[in-house]
Design a protein around this ligand. Structure first.
Ligand SMILES: [Zn+2]
Ligand SMILES: [Zn+2]
Length: 348
């Protein structure tokens, strides 16, 4: 069962700050404001309860690095046992599901096969992404940072990916059976359909999401060959945001790339690869007519957030609204499956 359950007093100052950031992220609030709350949460988390109580008592909270007037008010109100006024107003405005429609499918989701941390172009540490996923009621999450060629997104070299796998293991060890963070990647599909990471490294991962990020305007025939070759790679489990289109947002608009959708989705079906329904409002990818083609052919789907910040994990509500409206049955959505089933499917 996914979604934001409103917090009630008493709430720890760090929890209040983090929840404000999460609510701002999921409602696409300004980056500067979000960073202020995330930064203040980080500062507070480094203090002992005694140190924080002393500062609250002396009125010196604002002297802490990264703590300003708005964040100090939240800290002081939470420390006094009250529900901070700013958190309360955000909860009133922003606790409702993000989308109208698809609520049952959204409630059926258990995980997510596409998310980014600050190891590549995400804004938050891995641990913060996991905490938010737990708070939102998810059972599992795949960490899929970018691959080396995507330099603008600080794609991970094989060595950094190897290092990240150690972090994933320690996160899982600390969580026990409550939650599972999957080892993953969003690997670039190169011009010839090969993948931007070594076979050896891909073999160490639980799941592989493959996406086209370059030469999106390639001609239809070579683009079709490129995408088919990628999904035929036995390591690939999910075809990410297949058309590459952008429909809104700061990066502007971009048309969909041209390829033979039926051929690509047939290859997905034959190779047990799920077609991603990317929930980001600026992507909204694949377009409805392509989802319908994949549905008709019998493909599996992955309703993913492609979150670059913790609160964006909740954006899967948008993908659920679309999938439900287009008639995608929940059992065909791999992100509704328990983690063991997902792991088994990914290995097939
Ligand atoms: Zn991508
Ligand atoms: Zn991504």
């Amino acid at each position: 069962m996914l979604g934001v359950q409103p917090l009630v007093a008493p709430v720890a100052p760090v929890e209040a700050l983090r929840r404000i950031a999460l609510l701002l992220e999921r409602s696409r609030g300004g980056t500067y404001r979000i960073q202020a709350f995330r930064g203040a949460a980080e500062t507070i988390a480094s203090l002992t309860p005694g140190q924080l109580a002393e500062r609250v008592e002396r009125g010196t909270v604002q002297e802490l690095p990264g703590v300003g007037e708005a964040t100090a008010a939240v800290i002081e109100q939470a420390a006094a046992g009250e529900l901070p006024a700013y958190l309360e107003s955000l909860q009133e405005k922003h606790s409702a599901p993000l989308a109208t429609g698809g609520e049952a499918l959204y409630a059926a989701l258990r995980g997510d096969l596409h998310s980014h941390s600050d190891w590549s172009d995400g804004g938050s540490p891995i641990q913060e992404m996991v905490l938010a996923a737990v708070e939102l009621g998810q059972e599992w999450l795949a960490l899929t940072d970018h691959s080396p060629r995507l330099k603008v997104a600080r794609g991970l070299s094989a060595a950094r990916l190897q290092e990240q796998l150690g972090v994933v293991e320690s996160v899982n060890a600390s969580l026990g059976d409550r939650f599972r963070l999957l080892k993953g990647i969003e690997v670039d599909i190169l011009d010839d359909g090969s993948l931007d990471q070594s076979e050896e490294m891909l073999g160490r991962l639980d799941v592989v999401t493959a996406s086209v990020h370059s030469k999106l305007a390639m001609d239809r025939a070579p683009m079709t060959r490129r995408m088919v070759a990628a999904v035929q790679n036995p390591r690939v489990n999910v075809l990410g945001h297949c058309t590459g289109r952008l429909v809104e947002g700061a990066r502007g608009q971009r048309g969909q790339s041209a390829f033979d959708a039926e051929a690509v989705f047939r290859a997905c079906l034959a190779n047990n690869v799920a077609v991603e329904i990317n929930s980001r409002p600026e992507r909204c990818d694949p377009p409805d007519e392509l989802v319908s083609i994949a549905l008709e052919l019998g493909c599996l789907f992955a309703i993913d957030s492609d979150a670059h910040a913790p609160g964006q994990l909740d954006m899967k509500a948008y993908g659920c609204e679309r999938a439900d409206r287009l008639g995608v049955p929940p059992e065909r959505v791999v992100t509704t499956w328990p983690v063991q089933r997902v792991l088994g499917w990914a290995l097939e």
